[in-house]
Ligand binder design. Structure first.
Ligand code: NAD
Ligand code: UDP
Length: 343
């Protein structure tokens, strides 16, 4: 019996594959490598000393995806595959709706056909839109403020309808806060294409000298130092959360949402300061205007995941910064080994 991991070559997927393999699960990966490299999977295998099947398949290609279900004995699915850049989703909404929503519908149709009804889905704190206050609990009202967020919200609703139609389904909706960090080996990590949209990969590229300055988006937010506050969670802690969710859905039915965050909010300036301390690199920065759609504070109340999944983040922001830096320093060009230089 295997766990199908869609998007398993991506940032969170590859870290989760390591945890699954190290815990003795058999895995099968499906990825179209639209935002990842096969090299990530090679390294997962190298780090775990385990082999597994992977398929270069697009979820939208139902015929080929069906072969994966036909050829393997799949027990559960962890579904990471999706496009995730907010700005891009505003520019190309149809591509986002098609890839994320249709991709999920195609996957669920095949799961239903092959009687695989256990699913862990990558949702996001973005489904809370602009929360009225913090920390955020799972029962807050949901709203989304951009096409990417709407795909997550709509998929959550589709999955609720699916469970309503057939209560044999068992589904965990994991609402991630801000995943950062990398595997402590420094062999796998986040490998963004082009200019990073997110804070931590941008900082690491400033640290390595690829970018001159960090632009801090706004200094007049209602926070302790005026810069935006987020709940950064180590990607390895997040990966472990998927194993806890998997254990739960394997042993029950139902659909439920869980916040995966630390419960602690750090501002942009806090992150810069801690990054500088643990890496001894200087991060020059400028203040620029607010980024459209950004909110002042977003952090989780992770009590439900603590109580019902037995999950708690164990790594702190220092660990996250240190591991992000190790990955960046050892892989200045990400998975593009051929242009790697020694720092
Ligand atoms: P990622 O881009 O690194 O990984 C996603 C993977 O899915 C990539 O390997 C990509 O090639 C693959 N993929 C995309 N569309 C596909 C398709 N149609 N068929 C097959 N493969 C496809 O992203 P990530 O950071 O690892 O995020 C994983 C999931 O978690 C995504 O669904 C994302 O929306 C969600 N999420 C991420 C964050 C974050 O900050 N990283 C926060 C909240 C939620
Ligand atoms: N941020 C910033 N400069 C950047 C990228 C991000 O100041 O180059 C800020 C952003 O305004 C937010 C925080 O860093 O307050 C986290 O942003 P990120 O895009 O990583 O996560 P999200 O906004 O999706 O929570």
């Amino acid at each position: 019996m295997a766990i199908l991991v869609t998007g398993g070559a991506g940032y969170i997927g590859s870290h989760t594959c390591i945890e699954l393999l190290n815990s003795g699960y058999e895995i099968i990966v499906v990825d179209n490598f639209s935002n990842s490299k096969p090299e990530a999977l090679k390294r997962v295998s190298e780090l775990t000393k385990k082999s597994f099947k992977s398929y270069n398949v697009d979820l939208l290609d139902q015929v080929t995806l069906e072969k994966v279900f036909f050829e393997n004995h799949i027990e559960s699915v962890i579904h990471f595959a999706g496009l995730k850049a907010v700005g891009e989703s505003v520019e190309t909404p149809l591509r986002y709706y098609h890839n994320n929503i249709t991709g999920t519908v195609v996957l669920c149709e095949l799961m239903q056909k092959y009687n695989v009804k256990k699913l862990v889905f990558s949702s996001s704190a973005t489904v809370y839109g602009t929360p009225k206050y913090v920390p955020i609990t799972e029962d807050f009202s949901l709203q989304s403020i951009n096409p990417y967020g709407r795909t997550k919200l709509m998929i959550e609703e589709i999955l609720r309808d699916l469970h309503l139609s057939d209560d044999n389904w068992s589904i965990a909706l994991l609402r991630y806060f801000n995943p950062i960090g990398a595997h402590e080996s420094g062999r796998i990590g986040e490998d963004p294409n082009g200019i990073p949209n997110n804070l931590m990969p941008y900082i690491t590229q400033v640290a390595i000298g690829k970018r001159e300055n960090l632009n801090i988006f706004g200094k007049d937010y209602n926070t302790h130092d005026g810069t935006g506050v987020r709940d950064y969670v180590h990607v390895v802690d997040l990966a472990k959360g998927h194993l806890k969710a998997l254990e739960k859905i394997i042993n029950s039915t139902g659909i439920d949402a869980f916040n995966l965050g630390t419960g602690i909010g750090y501002s942009v300036l806090d992150v810069v300061k801690i990054y500088e301390n643990v890496t001894s690199r200087k991060i020059p920065y400028n203040f620029t205007h607010r980024r459209s759609g950004d909110i002042d504070k977003c952090y989780a109340d992770p009590t439900k995941a603590n109580k019902e999944l037995g999950w708690k983040a164990s790594k702190n922001l220092e660990d996250m910064c240190r591991d992000s830096w190790r990955w960046q320093k050892n892989n200045p060009e990400g998975y593009n080994e051929e242009i790697k230089e020694k720092i």
